[in-house]
Ligand binder design. Structure first.
Ligand SMILES: [Zn+2]
Length: 187
């Protein structure tokens, strides 16, 4: 160990302590930014702040699964309400029950057409936003997949000609890689 050069008294700290303090400081700063940022209203219902457990879970997902769960959490997903806000669809109503606007909250907790699946997977046919928040993301992801609501995966990417959007078959399905012309009833 080298001799200390500087004002005394000297307080020795292990490298592990320094790393831990830097990590904690970083997490505190991320939490402060998350709480103070305007917007992200729906995402804040699910995500209270940085969560290493959720990060590890997300890193194990496929790209399509990650896209799906992020869409459900943020509300930016190919459900009719969001599509109508984006002016891609003119009908915000849920195509499954035709009783309410198809928001992520409706899809996850209130749609009458998927009550049996919700009861089986989550223990209740109807869930409040707070009850949805208490579900694990793995449960929400499994529910979304089992409803088969997302037959195609929404893709949007920049090309030489500009922004290209459309529905793509999930990997392993017939027509892999083909981007369909945008249509509101193709999912
Ligand atoms: Zn519905």
């Amino acid at each position: 160990m080298t001799d200390f050069i500087g004002p005394e008294p000297v307080l020795r700290m292990s490298i592990q302590t320094v790393r831990h303090d830097i990590c904690q400081s970083s997490l505190q700063e991320q939490l402060r930014l998350w709480r103070n940022i305007s917007g992200c209203r729906q995402a804040k219902l699910y995500l209270q702040g940085p969560d290493l457990g959720l990060t590890r879970f997300a890193l194990r997902l496929s790209r399509n699964e990650l896209r799906l769960i992020v869409g459900l959490i943020t509300g930016h997903i190919a459900l009719n309400k969001h599509l109508s806000v984006m002016k891609i669809s003119t009908d915000p109503i849920c195509p499954l029950c035709k009783e309410a606007e198809e928001t992520a909250m409706h899809f996850l907790g209130q749609c009458a057409a998927t009550m049996h699946l919700r009861l089986k997977l989550m223990g209740s046919a109807i869930l409040t936003s707070e009850e949805i928040r208490q579900m694990t993301l793995c449960t929400l992801l499994n529910f979304a997949k089992l409803t088969k609501r997302f037959k195609f995966v929404w893709v949007a990417h920049w090309t030489y000609y500009g922004l290209s959007v459309g529905w793509r078959w999930p990997p392993g399905r017939k027509g892999k890689g083909h981007v369909r012309k945008l249509s509101t009833n193709s999912f």
